[in-house]
Every structure is written in C-alpha cells, then in structure tokens.
Design a protein around this ligand. Structure first.
Ligand code: UD2
Length: 481
C-alpha cells in the first residue's frame, strides 16, 4: 500500500504550479512527484535541502532495479552450476612458491605500493551499539577499540617494512561525523595527516515495497541509507581519493571490514599472490564450518570467481557434499580483499557498474498527512551494492585460503547472541596471542590473558625480547613495544 495513497496533503496540480517546473517534470517521469507533496509547507531552507537530496538520487537506477525485481535473484538456478574455487595456496603449491609470494608481498610493501581501506559505514544494527562499530572496545586486556586494533596493525606493518601505508576509512551518513570526531580526538590514532582519509559513502533512498514510491523520513527529507560497501568505488572516485592514491604510487588496496579484529591487514602472502599472478582482485576465504554459516560463498561460475551471498544460496545447494564428505561449496567470504588501483579506476570510469541488491526492511516514514509511521513489518525496499561483485570483472581473480583462527573473528552481534559477539572476538584474539607466545617458548599461567600489540606479535625480534624478560606470563598483561 502506498503511504501516499490518493490523498496527498497538497494537490499535485498545486505542486506543479509552485515547485520548480523542471523538478516536478523530472519526478513525474519516474512517478515520484509525491516527494514535493509538502512543498508549500516547507521553509526556503527546507526546500533547498529537499532539492539537494533529490538531486543525488539515481532515479533511472531505482526504476531499473524495480522493473527487474523478479529477475534479481537468479541464484536458485545459477548456483547449481557453481563449483568450488581453486586457491592460490591449495595442495599443489610448494613451500618455495609460498616463500616467493611472501617475498613479493614484502617487496610491494617496502616499495610503498600498498594502501589500506577499512569499510566502516554499516549501521551495526545487530550489535546494538550507539556509536560507529569501530569505537567498540574489544582488546581483551587493553580495551582497545576496533579502530585502534586495526590501525595499530597498519602502523606495525609500516614499521616492519619501513614504508608508509595510507589508510582510507569509509564512513556513511550514519557514522561519518562521529568517526571524524573520534580520529580527531585521538590524534588520528598515530597516523600522519597525509596518511589518513575519511571518506563518506553515498546513500540510496528506500522505496515503499508495494508502490515503489520513495519514502520520506520527514516532509523535506528522503528516507536515505548507506548504499552498501560497494559504494566504495563511487566514494573513492567522487572524493578524488583514487587519483591521490595513484599519484603517490599506491598500486593495490588492502580492503577489510571494521568488524574483524583478526583481519590479516597487509598480509605479505596474500599481497604476494596478488602481484605475482597479476590478479586484479584477490580474496581471502575460510573453510566453512557449517553449510548455513552466515558468510558469502566464494565460487567459480562461468569460469569467473564470484560470491553468492549466504541469503541467496539455496539451502539444498549449500548442503551438497563432495565425495569425501566435506562441503562442496566450502569457501566462505571473510571480506578481506586486495584490489588493484588501476582496476578500480577502470571500473569506476568504464564500468560495468556494480549491481544493486534489494533487501526488504522495516523503514520509518511520514505518511501523506505528515504523520510519522513506525511500521512493525518490513514495508520498504533498500538498495545496496556489494564490493565483492567486482570479482567477476577482475582479470586473474585469485582466492587465498586462510585459517579462521588466524584471521576471522567478526563482531556482528551483541551479547544476547552467543556467536560473533565481542566476547567471541576477544576469545579468538586471546587464543591467537597465546599461540604466538608459546610458539617462541613463552609460557602463560592458566587464567592469565595475554594481549600483544601487533608490533610485538608480528616482529619476532621484539617478541623474543619480551619472552626473555617475561618467560612466564602469570597475570593478565598487555604488551606494547
Ligand atoms: C558480510 C558479507 C558476507 C561475509 C561477512 C563476513 C556482505 C553483503 N556480506 O556480511 O559475505 O563476508 O560479512 O564478516 O557484505 N558497510 C559499509 N557500508 C554499507 C554497508 C556495510 O561500510 O553501506 C560495512 C560495515 O561497516 C561492515 C561491512 O561493511 O564493516 C559488512 O557489513 P555487514 O555487517 O552488514 O555484512 P554481513 O555481516 O551481513
């Protein structure tokens, strides 16, 4: 049911007379003229704001998505032809080629060719945390936040390889201001001003699921939400970031999500496979532990590496087994990628554009009488682009398998859910750091928690120094350089 029904608060013909004719005509072409329904009641300033929001809407894209809605989800058929992807570090790779890849990755880092992108625009609805997710404290002893942990990792890599690593943090309308303030209040977490860019992604309006009409959040405001992490492409292009990175010699971007404190940011092995094999996009995967695990499925389809999102993979296909009893589509997307800057530039300028994925969600709106409505049931369609949809366009796309214990502990949920919450992430960090400590002869008393700053964890010499000074860790400790 259209919230705007047949009784707009201002008769459409009046709108036509009072609102700018060109705008009215444009909206009419797409059946969205109700957006001007409150025009006569708005102040001059509100009219300016409404026009600015309308100007940013890609009406053609929305109309196209809604027209093709029934064809949006061909995965039920396509996924049957999906094959497991080959991995760069699969069974046939020798230790020598692993060493060669690591050396190539270190070389690219040392030459200053690697930048980092952290996507942090999500609204974190499942977590129930009132700030950007990056501000969540998860360090098991240090209480360091997700932002601090991941930026510490970047700085540790820069220190180890004697290079500069610029960081781009992508935010959204929902997280931008708080994130900018957070970095300003915390001295950019130690990054040089020229090594940090915080770029805000674009928005897409939600539409009423029955009528396709764009919803208003207020009489002069569209119901906007972030356009998905695939919005990165446009954001980097729009803010001139891609050109700036290119001109300072950055050839590849290491991409990770802010919700994974174990992300192997700037892992030399992954970077090395990417560069040695001339891949335009390389992605890390983990072996799924459950057929219905909430990770995207990395597959080979039409000879291209692609991701089928967990919500799109039919259960029957997800449960298929290989002859040895293991899951056939085993490769889970952990959203850690290496993407070449030249590839991003090419797709940003010449396409193909990333497709929109449609999701039916609950979205508050104002009705035709200007009253705020809080629907109880999903009433709207939201549009999002996903960065992993770049994979099929990438030349020589590569897949690298990693051990989840060493690279994947996402924080998705609050403590009311027993999985993928802050405690499970802390437990994974604690186990990882203990393994590292013990691998070099250190000991830890039962009950003591040891947290290592990335520079201690990654730099073997520093780690060994610490173990000499503190052979037995008897109480909970955070070790920093
Ligand atoms: C994502 C992947 C899934 C799997 C999983 C691993 C998608 C659609 N699915 O699932 O395949 O890899 O992660 O953890 O990505 N974000 C933005 N802007 C947006 C939306 C999201 O920056 O408009 C960021 C968000 O801050 C977060 C990340 O993207 O860092 C993932 O978003 P999510 O938590 O909604 O994705 P999820 O868990 O459904």
């Amino acid at each position: 049911l259209s919230p705007f029904g047949n009784s707009p608060i201002v008769a459409i013909k009046d709108v036509q007379m009072r609102a700018p004719a060109e705008l009215y005509q444009k909206l009419t072409r797409y059946g969205q003229q109700h957006l001007l329904g409150f025009w006569d009641l708005l102040t001059e300033q509100q009219r300016v704001e409404l026009c600015a929001e309308i100007a940013q809407v890609d009406f053609e894209a929305i109309a196209g998505c809604l027209r093709n809605q029934t064809e949006q989800n061909p995965w039920s058929v396509l996924s049957r032809a999906a094959e497991p992807p080959p991995t760069a570090n699969g069974q046939l790779v020798s230790d020598a080629s692993l060493d060669e890849a690591r050396a190539a990755g270190r070389g690219a880092l040392a030459k200053g060719q690697i930048g980092v992108v952290l996507v942090a625009g999500g609204q974190g609805t499942r977590l129930g945390f009132d700030h950007p997710k990056g501000m969540l404290p998860v360090g098991p002893v240090s209480g360091r936040t997700l932002f601090e942990i991941l930026i510490d990792l970047v700085r540790a890599r820069a220190d180890l390889h004697g290079c500069r690593i610029p960081v781009v943090v992508m935010t959204s309308l929902a997280t931008h201001d708080a994130t900018v303030r957070y970095f300003a209040d915390h001295d950019r977490l130690g990054l040089n001003a020229e090594d940090l860019e915080i770029v805000c992604q674009g928005n897409m309006p939600a539409v009423d699921r029955e009528s396709g009409k764009i919803l208003l959040a207020e009489p002069h405001r569209l119901a906007l939400s972030p356009d998905g992490h695939g919005g990165l492409l446009q954001a980097l292009e729009h803010h001139g970031t891609l050109a700036r990175l290119g001109s300072r010699g950055i050839r590849h971007l290491f991409y990770a999500q802010i919700d994974n404190p174990l992300a192997q940011i700037c892992d030399p092995l992954t970077i090395g496979f990417h560069t040695l094999r001339n891949s335009e996009m390389t992605t890390q995967v983990v072996r799924k532990t459950d057929p219905l695990q909430r990770v995207g499925n990395v597959v080979l389809l039409d000879n291209r590496v692609q991701v089928i999102e967990y919500s799109d993979l039919p259960e029957q296909v997800a449960r298929q087994r290989a002859p040895d009893g293991s899951l056939r589509l085993w490769a889970g997307n952990i959203a850690v990628h290496v993407i070449s800057v030249a590839f991003l530039e090419r797709v940003a300028q010449r396409g193909p554009p990333l497709p929109f994925h449609l999701a039916v969600k609950r979205v508050p709106y104002v009705d035709a009488n200007g009253r705020s409505q809080e629907p109880r049931e999903p009433n709207a369609i939201k549009f999002e682009r996903f960065i992993f949809d770049l994979l099929p366009s990438a030349q020589n796309a590569m897949v690298v398998e990693i051990d989840p214990a060493e690279g994947f502990a996402p924080v998705k949920n609050g403590l009311d859910v027993s999985t993928e919450n802050p405690h499970t992430a802390q437990a994974a960090m604690t186990l990882q750091h203990a393994r590292r400590w013990r691998a070099f002869g250190g000991q830890i008393h039962a009950g003591a928690v040891l947290e290592l700053h990335p520079l201690v964890a990654l730099d073997t010499r520093r780690l060994q120094d610490w173990i000499r000074r503190l052979p037995v860790c008897a109480a909970s400790t955070y070790l920093q350089p």
